[in-house]
Design a protein around this ligand. Structure first.
Ligand code: CU
Length: 160
């Protein structure tokens, strides 16, 4: 009777320990954890007026977990959209894939973030803060450098 109680207790304890370990690695661990995202080359071509502006950047994913860009906010506008370009026409989408061990490129003529209506019109040299929201990763704050209208980070294909 006595030894049996002890064994049951021991089994119960090791089960608790196993649960604690797996619970721990699921938030922030290397495997099955949140994707590790980094943003580079974020810019906004100087807007022509206060009606709209585009934002471009590269979102790099250095993890085995794919993620999705699901939304963008900014103090500069109450309406930011995620656009893709199909047949030279842009259209709003709900999200864009950030592939595992890959990158999501937001660039002219392709996928981009679009400000619909601006509270002010930024000039070259200004910085515009945006917050990117992802399905899995934590939100990321990014500063967009406002560049000349003709600026294109990827024209020479050798930016990195
Ligand atoms: Cu657009």
């Amino acid at each position: 009777m006595n030894t049996r109680t002890t064994r049951t207790l021991a089994a119960g304890l090791s089960l608790t320990a196993a649960l604690a370990i797996s619970g721990c690695s699921s938030d922030g661990g290397d495997s099955g954890g949140k994707p590790k995202l980094s943003i580079s080359g974020a810019y906004m071509p100087q807007p022509v007026n206060d009606q709209m502006a585009g934002a471009f950047m590269v979102v790099k994913n250095d993890s085995k977990t794919a993620d999705k860009l699901t939304g963008v906010t900014s103090p500069l506008s109450d309406d930011l959209q995620i656009h893709e370009t199909k047949d030279q026409k842009m259209q709003q989408v709900q999200s864009l894939e950030v592939p595992a061990n890959g990158e999501l490129r937001l660039e002219r003529g392709g996928n981009h973030v679009m400000f619909m209506g601006l509270k002010s019109t930024p000039k070259v040299g200004d910085k515009v803060t945006v917050e990117l929201r992802f399905e899995k990763a934590d939100p990321v704050k990014v500063e967009l450098d406002v560049k000349e209208r003709t600026y294109n980070a990827h024209t020479d294909g050798n930016a990195h």
